[in-house]
Structure formats: structure tokens, C-alpha cells
Ligand binder design. Structure first.
Ligand SMILES: [Zn+2]
Length: 345
């Protein structure tokens, strides 16, 4: 193959700005491997990169996609431990690998940290070349679909709940957007840590699916005000941890839902980033707000292990050919999905 197809964005806008380009096939540099991508998943991040964000400059044109899995197609010099045909997950991020943060296991604080499909070319292409340390071999027990569906959302939710908020057994965790990719990961990770999960979503159908993943209590935000429902469910106490990624529309309610001394951890703002914070609530009730993005690359290995041991389940809404990426974005924009949409290459 000397030419490959890739999903690229040249300029920001609606889903009509998603273009299937034909590009030269990549050749592996020293220390790199070429991966034949078989499946990728769509994250909300893809929609932000496509639509553009005020004050954020993306390196256009850019190949979209953070999560991908496939098989090794070609091996560069200095790589001796992988074989052509090996099945791998591609890390959704890359970094310098040599700085203090990278060596300390906090590569997501590296000054050269890049999320694929946002800060550099992503995985939505038939072939991609990446550094050896950015791929993880999959055991026979883990499918490429499950790996590609969960990497970004799992590592994101894991850092938020475990590394930042330091979740404890029996704590109450409020998971907003429980039907989204990161929400379904949060429900499962919180349950793995022995917490009680209160799931929030906008339809009974999504809440039933969150329940099937382990959520203990359900709040339909179209029926009840979130903080009022939380007061009822916690005997007026509030939850220990609020898992936030929805932003503007839910933020004031999230603050009111946390108990005295509670923690709020946020990784995104799908409804808008100009959220209002009542500072009196923060200091008087001694809340802690954590910002979080992605996680140490090593968490990809934890995901593969948990998938293999059936301790974590990838939640997949549907799969479609990569040529139908515009339809995938439309489904996510209309919130017509539960879990991840996969693109098949
Ligand atoms: Zn670094």
C-alpha cells in the first residue's frame, strides 16, 4: 500500500468539514512501528477538534482520532520485540519520554504531551507510524474493538476517580453524563472501588443501561433537579465525589451536590466552559476542585489487564465503516448513543 485513506479536518465547522483524504503511506522512522489500523472510536474530543474551540489553535490539517487498534504492518530500526501481525492498542497520547514528568510516570504533565487527533495527527487512517513505546500488545483475550473503544475514556476516568479524587470504598459518587464514554467508564471504575454510584442521564433508557453497568441510583436530569435528587438519596448529606465533564449546564448543581468537604473532579465541558462558580459554596463548605486530563500512559496496560480479566467492560453503541464518520458525529451531537461509536477501517 503506497497510499492510505485518512479522516482529516482542514478547517473547523460542521460535520461536512470531515474529509476522507488520500495520503502517502507512512514509513517507520527508527524506533517506530507502522500499525495497520483496523478499528478506532469516536470521542467527544473529535467533535471539539472538528468544530474548533475559542482560543485553542489546532494543527490543521489534522488526522482525527485518539483511540485505535490494529496490527503491526512494518517495523522500524531499533525495534526488536514486536513482529509483523502482532495485535496492538495505540496509546491515545504521546510525549517526549525523557523529561522529569515522563520518567516519573506523569507523562501527561510533559511539556511535549500530545493527544492524538488533537495536538498531532491521530489514528483515523489506514496506516499510521508511531513510537514503539506508544503501542501495547493485546493478549488473545482482548479484542481490538474493546481496546479501541475504551483507552481514552478509561484512562481519563481512572485518573479522575483514583489518582485525583482518591476514591474510597463506600463513598457516594455522582457520575454525570453516565451514558457517555467517560461516564460508562466512571460507573465501572467507581464500582470496582466499592463506591455507591449515583448515575445522571437524560433518559430512562440510558439510566437502565447505567444500572446494568452497576450504577446503584439513577437521576433523570430532565425530570428532577440533580442537586435535589442527590439530597434525597444521601439524606441531605451530598455526595463525596462529583464526576464532572458536562460543564456549564450542570456545574452549579454539581457544586450543590457535593457534601461538606467533598471533591469535584472535572475533565471537560461538553455543554460549555463558561460555568459559574459560587465561591461561597467552595470555601464555606470546604470543597476541593480537581482538574484532570488523560492519565499516565501506563494506565493503558491496566485497561488491557482489566479487559482481559473481565473486570471492565467496553461499552459499544455501534460500529460503522470509517467512511460514515459524519453520521457518527451526528449521532453523538444528538446524544442518540450509549457508549462508544466505532469506526472500522
Ligand atoms: Zn516528557
Amino acid at each position: 500500500m503506497d497510499k492510505v485513506k485518512a479522516i482529516r479536518v482542514h478547517e473547523h465547522g460542521g460535520s461536512d468539514k470531515l474529509v476522507i483524504d488520500t495520503l502517502p503511506a507512512p514509513a517507520p522512522k527508527s524506533g517506530e512501528v507502522v500499525v495497520k489500523i483496523n478499528v478506532t472510536s469516536v470521542n467527544h474530543l473529535d467533535l471539539w477538534v472538528r468544530g474548533g474551540l475559542p482560543g485553542v489553535k489546532f494543527p490543521l490539517p489534522v488526522i482525527l482520532g485518539s483511540d485505535g487498534a490494529g496490527t503491526i504492518a512494518e517495523i522500524g530500526n531499533e525495534v526488536s520485540d514486536l513482529r509483523v501481525g502482532d495485535r496492538v492498542l495505540v496509546s491515545p497520547s504521546t510525549s517526549c519520554g525523557t523529561c522529569e514528568n515522563c520518567l516519573g510516570g506523569q507523562d501527561n504533565l510533559c511539556r511535549q504531551y500530545k493527544i492524538r487527533g488533537e495536538d498531532c495527527d491521530g489514528v483515523d487512517a489506514e496506516l499510521i507510524s508511531v513510537k514503539r513505546e506508544d503501542v501495547f500488545k493485546l493478549p488473545g483475550s482482548v479484542s481490538e474493538e474493546d481496546a479501541a473503544a475504551s483507552a481514552l475514556v478509561f484512562i481519563t476516568a481512572y485518573q479522575m476517580l483514583v489518582d485525583k479524587a482518591k476514591i474510597q470504598p463506600l463513598e457516594d459518587v455522582l457520575v454525570l453524563g453516565a451514558g457517555s464514554g467517560v461516564g460508562t467508564a466512571a460507573v465501572q471504575i467507581a464500582k470496582l472501588h466499592g463506591a455507591r454510584v449515583i448515575a445522571v442521564a437524560g433518559s430512562e433508557e440510558k439510566l437502565e443501561k447505567a444500572k446494568a453497568l452497576g450504577a446503584d441510583e439513577m437521576i433523570n436530569y430532565n425530570v428532577t433537579k440533580i442537586s435535589q435528587a442527590v439530597r434525597q438519596l444521601t439524606d441531605k448529606r451530598g455526595v463525596d465525589i462529583v464526576f464532572e465533564h458536562t460543564g456549564q449546564a450542570t456545574w452549579p448543581d454539581s457544586i450543590l451536590s457535593a457534601r461538606r468537604g467533598g471533591r469535584i473532579v472535572t475533565c471537560g465541558a461538553t455543554t460549555g466552559y463558561e460555568a459559574v462558580t459560587d465561591l461561597r459554596q467552595i470555601f464555606a463548605r470546604q470543597l476541593t476542585i480537581y482538574g484532570s486530563t488523560m492519565a499516565s500512559k501506563s494506565r493503558n496496560l491496566l485497561l488491557i489487564d482489566l479487559l482481559s480479566r473481565k473486570k471492565f467492560k467496553s461499552v459499544i453503541d455501534s460500529a460503522m465503516p470509517f467512511t460514515e464518520v459524519r453520521e457518527a458525529h451526528r449521532i453523538i451531537e444528538n446524544k442518540d448513543h450509549f457508549g462508544k461509536l466505532l469506526l472500522k477501517f
